[in-house]
Design a binder for this molecule. Structure first.
Ligand code: GRG
Length: 306
């Protein structure tokens, strides 16, 4: 298991500069891909840009870029698919915040899309982000047609149902009114949160032309990472402030939702996070490539404060 000094030295590798440089790259590409606010229908395009550029860590696209680079792809080849993941992720946040779902007023530190605009506009903005994600990959002339089809298939499976985010969201909503076992909780999170994270890592590797064995290993790494992401999300819901989170904290407890801390207790949830982090790092040993940055991303998720 990594010692805390090993962890802090990996984190000390200029993580902030690494994330901020990639975030700038991604935001520039998103700006090129998204319709301009001046184009009709103006309200939908304003709502799309409001939600996408409200902030956000850009975790999924950064993971895709990093994985792709580990396996030898150039940032240029990876960028459009990375943006497609951010579009899908942002659509999911916009729809999750709607009154019929999580009913939230704060996201990425700003009023949610349906509060700033209106419900119909928020639904359309989410819909448009989803279709633009697939369109962007389909039209990416830097990739072969064969790769584009593979990427669209990966993203569709991970975002949809029965094996992806929509299925996880539906099961999560359905489980709100009853008690949930730890196994079921983990299954919901594998679908709702981890599936997209796994697909982001796999798509980076697919663009780079990784082997089936490498794809399988990187998918396992990302499955642990996705679970770790959710455990830390649940812990932050209890411990963080609205200012640092950019969204309303304490919602899970108020809704009496099953979460890692509510089922295991805070201390055990922390222990579980450390174990899952270690499992993610162990899988990386199977990959004969320079995977240090993937270790660093796992460290970042374990220690994240937002
Ligand atoms: C509406 C189909 C549909 C799905 C919604 C995103 C989602 C599924 C639910 C949001 C609820 C939630 C807290 C999920 C846990 C993990 C998660 C997706 C957190 C938000 O992602 P971050 O932290 O957000 O990467 P930023 O703003 O940094 O991009």
């Amino acid at each position: 298991m990594s010692t805390s000094s090993e962890l802090s030295s990996r984190i000390a590798f200029d993580l902030e500069a690494f994330f901020s440089e990639r975030k700038t790259l991604i935001d520039g590409a998103l700006d090129d891909l998204l319709p301009a606010e001046s184009v009709e229908p103006i309200s939908v395009h304003q709502a799309i840009r409001w939600s996408v550029f409200a902030g956000g860590k850009r975790f999924r696209p950064i993971l895709l870029l990093t994985t792709g680079e580990v396996f030898g792809a150039s940032p240029k080849e990876l960028l459009t698919t990375a943006c497609a993941f951010e579009m899908i992720h942002t659509y999911s946040l916009v729809h999750d915040d709607l009154p019929s779902m999580d009913d939230d007023e704060l996201r990425r530190g700003l009023p949610t899309c349906h509060i700033r605009f209106d419900e119909a506009t928020a639904i359309l903005a989410g819909d448009a982000l989803q279709t633009l994600a697939f369109q962007s990959i389909a039209e990416d002339s830097l990739l072969t047609s064969e790769k584009r089809v593979l990427l669209i298939s990966e993203l569709g499976r991970a975002a949809g149902t029965p094996g992806g985010m929509v299925a996880g969201q539906a099961r999560d909503l359905e489980a709100e009114s009853r008690s949930v076992s730890t196994d079921e909780l983990e299954q919901i999170h594998r679908l709702k949160t981890a599936a997209l994270i796994v697909a982001a890592a796999r798509c980076g590797a697919i663009i780079a032309g990784a082997t089936q064995q490498e794809l399988e290993a990187v998918g396992k790494y990302a499955a642990h990472l996705g679970l770790l992401f959710q455990i830390t999300d649940d812990l932050l819901d209890i411990t963080a402030t609205a200012e640092s989170l950019g969204k309303t904290p304490g919602k899970d407890a108020r809704a009496q939702k099953a979460t890692y801390p509510s089922l295991y207790g805070i201390e055990t949830a922390h222990q579980r996070a450390k174990l899952v982090h270690q499992e993610a790092c162990t899988v990386l040993e199977r990959i004969d490539r320079p995977t240090e940055r993937l270790h660093t991303i796992a460290d970042f998720i374990l220690n994240r404060q937002a």
